[in-house]
Each structure stands twice: as C-alpha cells, then as structure tokens.
Ligand binder design. Structure first.
Ligand code: ADP
Length: 630
C-alpha cells in the first residue's frame, strides 16, 4: 500500500523532533499519556448522556506495557478511540497545534535551540525515542478498527485491523541505544514509574503497569530468608492532587509529606499557603515557605520557580515567572485549567493569565507573612533569619519599585529592644521631638554596640537600628523614608539625641579650637575631608563620620564587589574637645608641632580602626605607638 505523506509542515516538525539534540526526550511519555487521558475524558463525558457507553468514570484506565525483548513500549487507553478520518486528521497533520505555530515564529533558529520538549509537542514527540510507531484504535460507536503506522518523516499508512474493545494502543518501537543516549531506559519499569510520577502523577485516571517486586519465599526460614521476584499490576499515579482538595480536609502531616517528597527537603515547611481562585483566571495553588534556607540558596545553582500544571498535567517544573524575585524561596505548585498544555516557556512569559496568577500569589504570600509577623512573632523571626536578606534585596532592586509592598515585612535589630523589630514598631516608640529613624551600620551587633559614636544616643535612651548586613544601608537608602520619617545614620555626625538636634552644644568650640583643627587637617591632608569638634562623642576621644552619600559600610561592600572602582566615603575626623587626649594635642600644637603631627596621625589611625577601615600604613602606626610609649 502506498504511503501517505505528512502535510509539509508536519514533516518539518517531525524532522526537527527526530534530529533535535534536545535532551528532554523523556517528555514523550507525558504527551502520550495526556492524549490517552483526554480520550478517556471524552468518552467519560459522552457516557453522562449516553447510557449505551456502559462505562462509569471509575472504569477508565491507562495501561503501560514494556516488552524489553521486542523493544516495544505500549500505552493503551479505553477512551474514545479514532476512526479512519480521525487518524488522517489528527495524526497526519499537526499544523494547527500551538507548538507548531511557535516553531514557525522561530523559523530556522528552532533547529539549534532546545525549544522542543519545553512545551507540549504532542503525539509526534514519540518519534524522539522511537523509530516506528503503530497506533491501533477503535472509535466508540464504530465496528471497524484501524492501524496507523509510521517510521517518521517518510509518511504513514492506515489499514483496517482487528481490535476488540474501544480505545487506542500506541505501540512505540524504541530506538537502539547510541553512545549519547540510552533509549532502552524507556523500557525499564523503574524509569517509566519515575516518569509517570514526575509528569503525570495527577492524571485523573489510573495509570497501571506491571511492576516487578521482591518478597520472601513462603516457607523459607526467617534466619536464612530466600527471596523471589514476582510481578503485580500497580497504579503508578496518585490521581487526586493534594492542591485540589479543600484545605480544611487535608491534615498537616499530609501537606508536610507532600512537600518533603516533592521538593526533596528533609524538614517540614514553615508555612503552607493554599490558594483557590475563581474568576478572571481559575486556578489552585499550594505554596510552601521552607523552614530552612536551601544550602545553595544564594548560589547560581538555586533554581527558583513554581511547578505549573494544566489540569493535573505538568507543563513546567520551575516556572520562575510565577514568583517575584523577592519571594524566590517559595516552593509550590500552581494548577490552572485555563492554561494550554501546548505553551512554550517563551510564550508563557507573555501570557496574560499567568501574569494575573503571579500578581495574586504575590499578594497572598505577602498577606500570609504579615499575618505571621503579627500573630507569631517568634516564627516570623525564624523566617526572617532564613530569608530576610532576600526581602531587603527586594526593596533595593528595580529602583525601589516594590518598597511599599515590602517595607512592613522588614525587621532590624533594635538597640533598646535587643531583638529585631519592625519599622512600624520603631516609629510607634519614637520619642517626642524625634524626627528620624536612627541607624548605625557595622559588622555585627556587638561591634556596632561598642561604637563610640552611639554613646550620646544611648545615654539619651534613643532607639537605634543596627544594620549588620551589607544590604541594610542600601535598603534604608531605597526607602528614604518610612511613614514620613527619614532614615538617619547615627554615625553621620548629624545625629544628636532626640530633641537635642538644634542645640549643638559644642558649636562654640569650633572657633575656639580652630587652630587645632586646621593643624590636624593640614597634617592629614587629603586623607580627611574635614576635622571638627564632635557633637556625638562623650567619653571617647575620636571617631570618623562619613557625611552624606557613601557610608563606610557601603565603602567596604564596594571594595569587595567592585574593587577597581576604589569608591571611598568622605572621612570626617571628629575630635572630642573635652577629652584629655585633645588637651594633649592642643598643647603640642602650640609647643611641639612635630609631636602634634604624630598625635594627629595617631588619632586618625585610631578612628580608622574603630570604623573597621584598613590603615594605610599599619606598621607605621605601630612604630608610632611604640615611639610614644618610651
Ligand atoms: P494535541 O493533543 O495537542 O491535540 P497531539 O499531536 O498529541 O496534539 O494529538 C493530536 C490528536 O490526535 C489529538 O487531539 C486527538 O484528537 C488525537 N489522539 C491522539 N492520541 C489519541 C488517543 N490515545 N485516543 C484518541 N485520540 C487521540
């Protein structure tokens, strides 16, 4: 019998499919199983109005059979089946399928890209793993069965054949192994089981396969057991996805187990967020906040995204577009019947429905976190330890576009509360006359706590937020204000204790000691921008402040990430004019200028040390200290 040719465009796609170097060949099973499930759905639907079908929902099934000797993999269903015309129309053309249109848009580029397999490619994907396919099918209501056969691009034949029951068998002759690819794996029970669990776990009909198992031989002694293998037909898929069930009907243990199995985490999730939406887009989502930070979270190996399903069939394993960057730690699944299987990763990005879902999920996650912050502060601080940094990045990124959404989820360590607090709490405790939110940046809570610059604020009982992560100051900068209160660095030299802002008690000192400051400035030259009397020091002799713009912590940060730029914060040397060290300096300036120069550079180096900045000449500094000792 003469072979019929595939329509031209189908041939092109087939060609692409077979010759593609794409490595995700495994998705063919998902496609074939989805077709079988659709066929069952169709007949099941018919049965609702047509008693003669004689089948109920629970009678439908999909069977997988692997014959290793003959290299045949068969997927059978008892669904609607196809007649001759259906075979011609459905398996002879693929021009109308979404995947093909996408391929056309890409043109010849598609050959090199790995687009195939990232979306529903339908029946033809079976040619990626098989060199010959036979479809034996009988349509519901028809007496004749047909056999469709094809070895790929050179066409297909359709002949009449025998088949007792209604439904379809797709019989794939699996390709021989090559150096690069072990196609024979697709005949292994464990592999097929794995693929069904991965891609088709929530198909609503049972997917059955004979599975080989081991058991203790009957009668063999317990101390010397003998084993035998036997086989048993098993349902491989779990069928009802946990996210389709009502939250109130699912036990916590069930969610925990699902999460652990699905996302390979040994710890249970900290939060479970179940979403059921109907309206513009209908979908169900089940989201999890991990209770620990994944070990590779801040590395490029960590792949963010939610699993995306269309009516229980996996479309994409990690759909990053469903989550904003700042919630990339969230794991979970989204299932919407409104999404088509035949949608590519590239097209998904522009999908309007997907955008609606993503925006809703963003809101739900924020609401859940803010509820946790309010109702379970202990839990929230655990969460914060894991992922707080990510939320701060979220405030800073995209020029602060999301700051309003995130600002109320932030926590910073408080000098008075001795624990991380929210900005709302800080503002509610602000003192009469306090205009700004004070913060001080440094390496750790302990180092910040010892900073001489904070002495006056602390004595006045003013609350200061300690910024101990490199992103903190950038976060404050991105926010600029919170509830109209400005952020002010307690290390900037402008930060007088609340209510004392206008007094500037040492103001008069500046002119009185002008000659001393001028002398020190001249000695230190360009190393410092300014030398002045401190308003913030009490018992300590000296400190550095940075003035507006770049802070010292930012300077340290940039020294690591952009070392070539040599970005430097302005160094303002502040001297405590009521400290005995200052009196000694003053005396030397008028009596022994050489000694005064040494004092000046010594004080400067000490200020650098307190700020945690590197000394230009550490051994020179040591020599100087020792010289002054003797
Ligand atoms: P899609 O499923 O995206 O429409 P496919 O290439 O996978 O594209 O399948 C083409 C058509 O062939 C299906 O729409 C369906 O009508 C028919 N078909 C495929 N497999 C089966 C099956 N097992 N039973 C009945 N019809 C099938």
């Amino acid at each position: 019998m003469a072979k019929k040719q595939f329509k031209a465009e189908s041939r092109r796609l087939l060609d692409l499919m077979v010759n593609s170097i794409y490595t995700h060949h495994e998705i063919f099973l998902r496609e074939i199983v989805s077709n079988a499930s659709d066929a069952c759905d169709k007949l099941c639907y018919k049965a609702l109005t047509d008693d003669s079908v004689g089948l109920g929902r629970k009678d439908f099934k999909i069977e997988i059979k692997a014959d290793k000797d003959a290299c045949l993999l068969t997927v059978s269903d008892n669904g609607i089946g196809m007649d001759k015309e259906d075979l011609e129309n459905n398996l002879g053309v693929i021009a109308s399928s979404g995947s093909f249109q996408f391929k056309q848009e890409l043109g010849d580029d598609a050959k090199d890209s790995d687009v195939i397999g990232q979306f529903g490619v339908g029946f033809y994907s079976a040619f990626m793993v098989s060199d010959h396919i036979t479809v034996v099918t009988k349509k519901y209501g028809s007496d004749t069965a047909y056999m469709w056969q094809s070895s790929g691009a050179d066409g297909y034949t359709v002949t009449e054949c025998e088949k007792e029951s209604v439904g379809t068998d797709v019989i794939m002759h699996i390709r021989p192994d090559t150096d690069d690819e072990k196609f024979s794996e697709f005949l292994e029970g464990w592999r097929l089981q794995e693929l069904v669990r991965k891609y088709s776990d929530y198909i609503r009909f049972p997917i059955r396969m004979e599975v080989s198992k081991t058991r203790k031989k009957e009668g063999s002694p317990d101390d010397k057991p003998e084993y035998e293998t036997y086989s048993e037909v098993e349902t491989l898929n779990s069928m009802v996805p946990i996210w389709q069930r009502q939250k109130s009907k699912v036990k916590k243990e069930e969610y925990d187990k699902f999460y652990r199995d699905k996302f390979s985490d040994y710890a249970e999730p900290q939060r479970v967020i179940a979403v059921s939406a109907e309206g513009a887009v209908t979908y169900k989502a089940l989201l999890f906040v991990p209770s620990q930070q994944p070990f590779n979270y801040y590395s490029k190996d960590f792949e963010a995204g939610l699993q995306l399903y269309s009516s229980g069939v996996l479309i994409m394993d990690k759909c990053a577009d469903l989550l904003p960057e700042y919630f990339r730690f969230v794991r979970g699944v989204v299932d919407s019947p409104d999404l088509s299987l035949n949608i590519s990763r590239e097209l998904l990005q522009h999908d309007r429905q997907l955008k609606v879902i993503a925006a809703n999920l963003d809101k739900k996650i924020r609401a859940d976190l803010s509820k946790m912050m309010k109702d379970e502060p202990e839990e929230y601080s655990k969460f914060w330890k894991n992922f707080g940094r990510q939320l701060k990045y979220g405030v800073v990124s995209e020029f602060g576009a999301h700051k309003e959404d995130l600002q109320d989820l932030l926590l910073f360590y408080s000098s008075t509360e001795k624990k991380p607090v929210s900005l709302a709490d800080y503002v509610s405790r602000m003192k009469e006359g306090q205009e700004s939110i004070y913060y001080a940046a440094g390496e750790t809570v302990e180092t910040v706590d010892r900073l001489p610059q904070l002495e006056a604020l602390k004595d006045a009982g003013t609350e200061v937020l300690y910024f101990t992560e490199d992103v903190d100051e950038f976060t404050a900068q991105a926010l600029t204000t919170y509830r109209e209160k400005k952020f002010l660095s307690a290390l900037s030299g402008d930060a007088a204790p609340a209510g004392e802002g206008e007094k500037k008690p040492e103001e008069s000192g500046e002119s009185e000691y002008k000659s001393v400051f001028d002398f020190v400035k001249e000695t230190l030259g360009d190393q410092v921008k300014e030398v002045k009397a401190s308003k913030i020091l009490k018992s300590h002799p000296v400190c550095l402040t940075a003035g507006p713009g770049l802070s010292f912590e930012m300077e340290k940060y940039f020294a690591v990430v952009q070392p070539d730029q040599k970005l430097k914060a302005d160094r303002i040397l502040e001297l405590n004019t009521s400290h005995p060290a200052f009196s000694a300096l003053e005396k030397a300036v008028s009596g022994d200028p050489e000694k005064a120069k040494k004092y000046a550079s010594l004080l400067y180096d000490q200020a650098l040390l307190i700020a945690g900045l590197p000394l230009d000449d550490p051994s020179g500094y040591t020599d100087l200290v020792c010289e002054l000792l003797v």
